[in-house]
Write a protein that binds this ligand. Sequence first.
Ligand code: SF4
Length: 396
Amino acid sequence: CGQCTLVCPVGALIETPHWHEVLHTLDARRRVCAVQVAPATRVAISEEFGLKPGTVSTGRMINALRQLGFDYVFDSNFGADLTIMEEGTELLSRVGGKRSLPLFTSCCPAWVNWVEIQRPELLAHLSTSKSPQQMHGALTKRGPFAGTLGPAFAEGSDEPYVVSVMPCTAKKDEAVRPGMSDDIDHVLTTRELARMIRARGIAFGALPEDGSFDDPLGESTGAGQIFGASGGVMEAIARAISHLIGADHSPPIEWQELRGVNEGIKTAEIDGIGRVAVCNGIAAAQRLLQTATWRDEYVAIEVMACVGGCLGGGGEPKSLDPHILEKRMHAIYAIDQNAPRRRSFENEAVQQLYATELQAPNSPAARHLLHTSYAARHSRRSLLMRFLDAVDRRDA
Ligand code: SF4
């Protein structure tokens, strides 16, 4: 993907295929197999099978995943709702303590890699909350529901085999990061899922549209769904913040000023915390960081490396349609608009998780399972340049 080539210095821009291994594991039937699906995938997968761009294929896709052999089909949006509870609480704590502000979102691994490699002095600003993919994977493997997923993980492993389907090649890299490599077994892109469906001869377009996610890790709100679009994470935070503060007023559900795939930098004022910004693409983030005022002007900044957010990710179907991002974006907001619950704290399975296991967002138990850390590092290219410099100096 053109965007990822610009921003992804870790080799994750090259799509390393894993779908053969996943099919092999499914066919072997030796472990309970669970899959989670990102919000952008359920829209873009339609294009792989000749359906109109912007067609929502959630039910068909779930039925295809069950035919492929997955025992459980979960929704990454559950992880997104959880991310909002953790990241929103983290933001409030930083605002209260006046430290490491503005907070940068961290659910885009290409952006995290960029900070670690290009601007390590900004590491303290990154939210320590894991991305939805990683939170969901950690819960599926080691959370309180893991033991209920079935008796069949007897042979060889006491953990379910966990796959995620993402719009993103960089998510493959995220899943093997230090400290998070136990959360997910394999990451597939939307395109790889389409290859698997074709390889098994499943007539995707003819599948019934009635498939539904498994509970409890399949429950989600509209706020989780909009993570797939640029501005979605910040809008989801904006919907939840007054609840997290304990204020008695409800903020608006829809934040039009944070939406759109064409604007580079979008801003809004959130009651109770202050001004926030959304950087639509890594170039927009670079522009914002060149301004003299970004540290003082904003309390939180969302950065998604791909223009449009994940709906423009490098693992999505290629398209020559110049309006493809808008079409996918409208589909994502339509799913949100029709959702019975649209704010992350309304997710009953998330509430239940806190009530029974995690106590509260950012509690020690939540931090253990749902947070991570970052460190300065070098890209392969910079390591090569340093090596060549050293050789030059030695030979001089
Ligand atoms: Fe991946 Fe989304 Fe980041 Fe693009 S914006 S690199 S698709 S996480």
